[in-house]
Design a protein around this ligand. Structure first.
Ligand code: HEM
Length: 453
């Protein structure tokens, strides 16, 4: 198999695995913070119990996010040595600062987990705030290298030498803000729907006592409300990301929309599949003029089509489907959130029909799929460049052999890690069933509620 394809498959598999844990690792601390604040302000001990149980889950997931992130770091150097030369000289700052963000997260996580019962109300909230802050900063800093790949600035390559290096200019590359925003809000949205999904899963059990049902319903509602708010922010920020593509990576936008011919009043095509032979999107629904408007707020905006570039510079055309799938997931999740809110809060229904609970259960996996679609769309849509218009992916790849064997070995490691996570989480929560803890969670001040993992 082609060396680039093998290297991309290996790195892509690593990232696809790591991103699940990294995303939940950003989303879950915010959810813990929200229930911690709810507990402190309402005195409802159910929220304290949620914070306690979610923190346990978070600790286990963090245990996988760290090694899989380390593997990703090692693979970057192993698979893309030419690219890492640029990273080392130009965009090392985010990696260096990230160490401090991680330190902050780990330190306050330990304090919250082991000493929560000895902390004042304010300190307890502050420690979760710092965990959440460290987690999101880690994600923003690391993904800034991805933003830099799309809009590489702060250096020049002259005669193969990297010169005129300005690390802060590279750090604040044109994609930094918009990409950081999209990564953060989509992770918060995902964390919320993962919680909603777990709560729904528990609510699907038959014969649940009223107390248990009420506990899970509260968790579900927190997940749906927070998830709904962040789906709106994700859509708004996603719109800004698309406008940014119009300015910075127009061929990615053209491929995302399956647009071949440059035109004003360009239509937006929803769904369907891009056909390379006929240069059209088959089975899609066209909304006249909408793409021009979405790209730059005017119907007469001229949007460049793929025919402007030689075919070997086109991103893979399947990214149209990925883009639609990502946006579709966002819309579906928002709808679920609205339905849940309307049913429980506006119609004041205390129980949900089973079909509705099933759909809430699906929201967690669906949001994770959205994250995977988003990343694959964003990274594949940059091809054939590893550094947009500066270095091709084929120029950056290693010449080492055995990538096929490595691919199989790492896939095995990820499978093992995935199974271990499920086994550990199941065993842990089986040993600490909700029933036992609900009984003992009547303490409003949380004095007996140490968060020992
Ligand atoms: C609802 C409307 C949405 C729009 C218009 C939108 C738009 C975009 C665009 C244009 C990009 C590419 C940015 C680039 O390559 O520079 C992107 C990337 C991404 N999207 Fe979305 N998105 C939406 C929803 C979602 C949802 C629901 C999720 C997750 C569940 C998500 C997760 C991601 C991720 C993880 C990336 C890669 C990170 C990045 O490049 O910023 N997006 N999105």
């Amino acid at each position: 198999m082609d060396q680039v394809v093998l290297a991309r498959s290996l790195f892509g598999t690593t990232m696809a695995f790591h991103i699940i844990f990294a995303t939940i690792g950003v989303g879950l601390p915010l959810m813990i913070l929200i229930v911690e604040v709810l507990f402190q302000f309402t005195g409802d001990s159910d929220y304290a119990l949620m914070a306690k149980r979610w923190t346990r889950g978070f600790a286990v997931l963090l245990g996988v996010a760290i090694p899989s992130g380390t593997i990703a770091g090692v693979q970057l150097s192993l698979l893309w040595p030419q690219f890492m030369k640029v990273v080392g000289k130009v965009i090392a700052l985010p990696f260096q600062i990230e160490i401090f963000a991680f330190l902050l997260e780990a330190l306050f996580m330990s304090i919250y987990v082991y000493a929560a019962d000895r902390l004042s109300r304010g300190m307890r909230i502050l420690s979760v705030v710092l965990v959440a802050f460290g987690a999101v900063m880690s994600a923003i800093l690391i993904t800034n290298v991805h933003a830099f790949e799309g809009t590489p600035t702060g250096f020049r390559i002259v005669g193969g030498e990297i010169v005129d290096i300005r690390p802060w200019k590279a750090f604040f590359n044109p994609s930094f803000a918009v990409s950081a925003g999209h990564v953060a809000v989509s992770a918060y949205m995902t964390g919320a729907f993962v919680i909603a999904s777990l709560a729904a899963f528990k609510m699907l059990r038959r014969g649940l006592s009223d107390k248990h049902y009420a506990f899970h319903r509260k968790a579900l509602m927190v997940g749906l409300v927070v998830g709904g708010l962040f789906s709106v922010l994700t859509a708004l920020n996603g719109h800004a990301s698309a406008q940014h593509l119009y300015d910075e990576q127009p061929e990615k936008l053209a491929a995302a929309e399956g647009l071949f011919v440059t035109q004003d009043h360009a239509p937006l095509t929803i769904g369907g599949f891009t056909d390379k032979e006929t240069h059209e999107v088959k089975y899609g629904i066209e909304i006249p003029w909408a793409l021009s408007f979405l790209a730059n707020n005017r119907f007469d905006t001229v949007v460049k089509g793929l025919n402007e570039w030689p075919e070997d510079e086109w991103p893979p055309l399947f990214i149209h489907t990925l883009f639609n799938a990502m946006v579709g997931v966002g819309m579906l999740l928002l709808l679920m959130s609205i339905v849940g809110f309307w049913w429980h809060r506006l119609l004041k229904k205390q129980t949900f029909p089973r079909w509705m609970v099933w759909s809430f259960f699906v929201s967690g996996p669906l949001s994770m799929l959205g994250i995977e679609f988003g990343w694959i769309f964003s990274c594949t849509g940059r091809q054939p460049w590893i550094l947009y218009r500066v270095m091709r992916t084929s120029e950056a790849v290693t010449h080492t052999g055995n990538l096929g064997t490595l691919f199989l070995l790492f896939t095995g490691v990820y499978l093992l890690l995935a199974i271990s996570v499920v086994v550990v989480l199941r065993a842990y929560f089986k040993r600490h069933p909700l029933g036992d803890e609900l009984g003992g969670s009547g303490d409003v001040n949380g004095e007996e509620e140490g968060l020992h993992v």
